[in-house]
Design a protein around this ligand. Structure first.
Ligand code: NAD
Ligand code: TYD
Length: 354
């Protein structure tokens, strides 16, 4: 048996594949275009493993996807591939529409054609798991209840709008064609191998270089932080026990503001890697807010906990410590991804924030 993973060289996809290979024998083929966010080094430990194949290619390439489905005959597609950074979507939405909307459409059509040709148990057991985000539900006020699977879609950024569009396509392909899809909407992830454009790895890597730790606006934007390992175990549970056509919200019940997150990183670094110049919190710098910045996300993971017997294992404190430990032990990884293109992005995103 084989599963086809898209975007497996990125942050969550790579953690998912590594965990998948640790837990069982089932083969994985990983289709990834290796954009700036994809890093084949993430899966270097699988080199030579007969159960793992990497294909460098684009999910928008229908012929390639058709060929892979025919060749590997996967029992499931786990779809991570996406443009994933809100700030980048504000600067340049085009790639988000191309990959997140058109790319998902291409995969759905290829999967539909492949699945239609299956019969018996192969057809009954096939699954298309769309890995989505809580950002499709929009922003919550301070005292609103957390998002459930029945919350309305109110995406506010080009990123979340493109993910919402993809979710709608996935839903329609189930409703109209019967494709056995599953959708997971997860809160903000953090952990090893996250590209340092997102808040937590950015704060760790900037602090280690003595650079400012940029906090948008008043720093009170709240996210429901989930350790990536907990997201990966949830996705396995959705794949194995999820009911086709159903949506599962995944979150860790860990609501923390951006400012508290950055302070938490500083405290851990003070303990694990003290700086002679003083506490890392001296580097915290308030900068101009993100346009249309969503104030608060919070997930009610009750359905996944009840229906799939899944729950998050890490608290925010234990997960953040594991994350800081990983970045301290893997400075070379960070050095390798902070290329010229990365520096260009940092200049573009932060120079206008003053
Ligand atoms: P990421 O940006 O780290 O990785 C994305 C991967 O997709 C990269 O390896 C990239 O090379 C690949 N990719 C991009 N365009 C492609 C294309 N056209 N064809 C093939 N491969 C392509 O993203 P991530 O943080 O690992 O997120 C993975 C998925 O999980 C995304 O769909 C994202 O929307 C979703 N998600 C992320 C979070 C989070 O906090 N990071 C939370 C909830 C859901
Ligand atoms: P981010 O990691 O980009 O994830 P998302 O926007 O998808 O939630 O940002 C997390 C939170 O941190 C968000 O409220 C924006 C804030 N933030 C900063 O304050 N400073 C930064 O430099 C970045 C990248 C984000």
């Amino acid at each position: 048996m084989t599963i086809l993973v898209t975007g497996g060289a990125g942050f969550i996809g790579a953690n998912f594949i590594l965990e998948w290979m640790r837990r069982g024998d089932e083969a994985v083929v990983n289709l990834d275009a290796l954009t700036y966010a994809g890093n084949a080094d993430n899966l270097a430990s699988l080199q030579g493993d007969a159960r793992y194949d990497f294909v460098c290619g684009d999910i928008k390439d229908r012929k390639l996807v058709d060929r892979l489905l025919r060749r590997y005959a996967p029992r499931a597609v786990v779809h991570f591939a996406a443009e994933s950074h809100v700030d980048r979507s504000i600067h340049g939405p085009d790639a988000f529409i191309q990959t997140n909307v058109f790319g998902t459409f291409t995969l759905l059509e290829a999967a539909r054609s492949y699945w239609s040709g299956l019969s018996g148990a192969d057809r009954d057991d096939f699954r298309f798991l769309n890995v989505s985000t809580d950002e499709v539900y929009g922003s919550l006020e301070h005292d609103d209840p957390a998002f459930t699977e029945n919350s309305c879609y109110r995406p506010n950024s080009p990123y979340s709008a493109s993910k919402a569009a993809a979710d709608h396509l996935v839903r329609a392909w189930h409703h109209t064609y019967g494709l056995p899809v599953l959708v997971s909407n997860c809160s903000n992830n953090y952990g090893p191998r996250q590209f340092p454009e997102k808040l937590i790895p950015l704060a760790i890597t900037n602090a280690l270089c003595g650079k400012p730790l940029p906090v948008y606006g008043d720093g009170m934007s709240v996210r429901d932080w989930l350790y990536v390992g907990d997201h990966c175990s949830a996705l396995q549970a959705v794949l194995e026990g999820g009911v086709p056509g159903e949506v599962y919200n995944i979150g860790g019940r860990n609501e923390v503001s951006a400012l508290e997150v950055v302070k938490g990183v500083c405290e851990l670094l003070d303990e694990l890697h003290p700086d002679r110049a003083g506490p890392y919190s001296r580097l915290i710098t308030f900068v101009k807010d993100r346009p249309g910045h969503d104030r608060r996300y919070a997930i009610d993971p009750g359905k996944a906990e009840y229906a799939l017997a899944w729950s998050a294992v890490e608290s925010f404190a234990s997960g953040l410590r594991k994350t800081v430990d990983w970045y301290l032990a893997n400075r070379e990884w960070t050095d390798n991804v902070q290329s010229g293109a990365y520096q260009h992005w940092i200049t573009r995103n932060y120079e206008a924030r003053g």
